[in-house]
Design a protein around this ligand. Structure first.
Ligand code: F6R
Length: 328
């Protein structure tokens, strides 16, 4: 599985080299991204980027319900790596009924079949990857689509440079991942990812990667919102076995100071800390670097525990039951 992460720059490069499937000759009010898990994270990252670069508002839908406000002025991106995720397919079907402009993104499955049947523009992803490990093909495919349709304020140079950056930094990400995996394995407490805005999507990505690859529960704490609720939970916790992975953007002075402050509070219950300082020039670089470190470190942790990082048995168990649940 690790090799899928090591190949990320190649994935990203081939995604931005592909022609886009559609050109919209009109304005769009907002972009809605529907998807679950490793596919849904594309919407979170896109939303972070669009706030940072003042592009269109991006709304993420990580369930089976197309928001009531979705209209023909919006663009719905339906992302499912497998193309068979029931929640995502339901959003697709609702959007068809309501005539919402869409683009579907998958490596195949029912989403591909339905998109072709209904003439919905479609982005083909490479086959044979784990959804979570195909983040670059999904994200860069969507970035290119938005850019070519004048819906993205991010200079395309930043997108292209991030691909070179990923290639250069793969070795460094692997080394950092090894340190994190060894440290988490030694500490064994509840892993807490402690970060600051606007890195919410990266914190979430880290959680998902450690959940799915290393098979452990994880908590994500994001400052400054953390200071207004979670902070109090560390006053009288039932247990004190926390392992705190701090994730900071060194170019964000306020962010670093907020995470420094968080440490003073966690310090009352744990002494187990590790800091991941994000590399890169742009926010896109930093999110991808952090995501690669999380992917690789969670795989390494799985190996140390004698676990197969690729298998997600309980997700498959849920997916078998989901058809019946949603058609009840
Ligand atoms: C990630 C992963 C899951 C899936 C999720 C949705 O590797 O396995 O988080 O992404 O179950 O499935 P897809 O992405 O196929 O729509």
């Amino acid at each position: 599985m690790e090799e899928m992460y090591v190949e990320w720059s190649r994935q990203a490069r081939s995604a931005i080299e592909k022609p886009v499937p559609v050109r919209f000759n009109r304005g769009i009010r907002s972009v809605i991204v529907a998807g679950m898990g490793g596919s849904g994270i594309v919407g979170d990252v896109l939303s972070t980027l669009s706030s940072n670069y003042s592009s269109l508002p991006v709304i993420t839908v990580k369930n089976h319900i197309l928001p009531g406000f979705a209209s023909r002025e919006d663009l719905l991106l339906v992302v499912s790596y497998s193309g068979n995720t029931v929640e995502t397919l339901r959003v697709f079907d609702s959007a068809l009924e309501r005539n919402i402009p869409m683009v579907a993104v998958s490596s195949g499955g029912l989403l591909k079949t339905r998109a072709y049947e209904h003439g919905i523009p479609y982005i083909q992803l490479p086959e044979g990857l784990a959804p979570r490990a195909s983040l670059p093909s999904m994200l860069y495919g969507v970035l290119k689509l938005l850019y070519e349709n004048n819906l993205l304020n991010i200079p395309f140079k930043i997108v292209e440079e991030s691909v070179d950056f990923l290639e250069e930094k793969t070795g460094e990400a692997m080394a950092e991942a090894g340190l994190i995996a060894e440290w988490v394995h030694r500490s064994k407490g509840l892993l807490v990812i402690s970060t600051h805005s606007p890195l919410e999507s990266l914190g979430l990505r880290g959680k998902n990667e450690f959940n799915e690859n290393a098979k452990i529960p994880v908590k994500v704490d994001v400052a400054p919102e953390w200071m207004h609720n979670d902070i109090v939970g560390y006053e009288e916790p039932f247990f004190k076995d926390f392992t705190v992975l701090e994730v900071v953007d060194p170019g964000d002075r306020v962010g670093v100071m907020l995470v420094d402050f968080m440490r003073t509070i966690y310090g009352r219950v744990t002494k187990s800390f590790h800091r991941l300082v994000l590399e890169g020039g742009s926010l896109l670089d930093k999110i991808l670097y952090g995501s690669m470190v999380f992917g690789l470190s969670s795989c390494k942790l799985a190996r140390m525990r004698g676990i197969n990082p690729l298998k997600t048995a309980s997700i498959q168990e849920y997916k078998k039951a989901a058809g019946a649940i949603f058609s009840a």
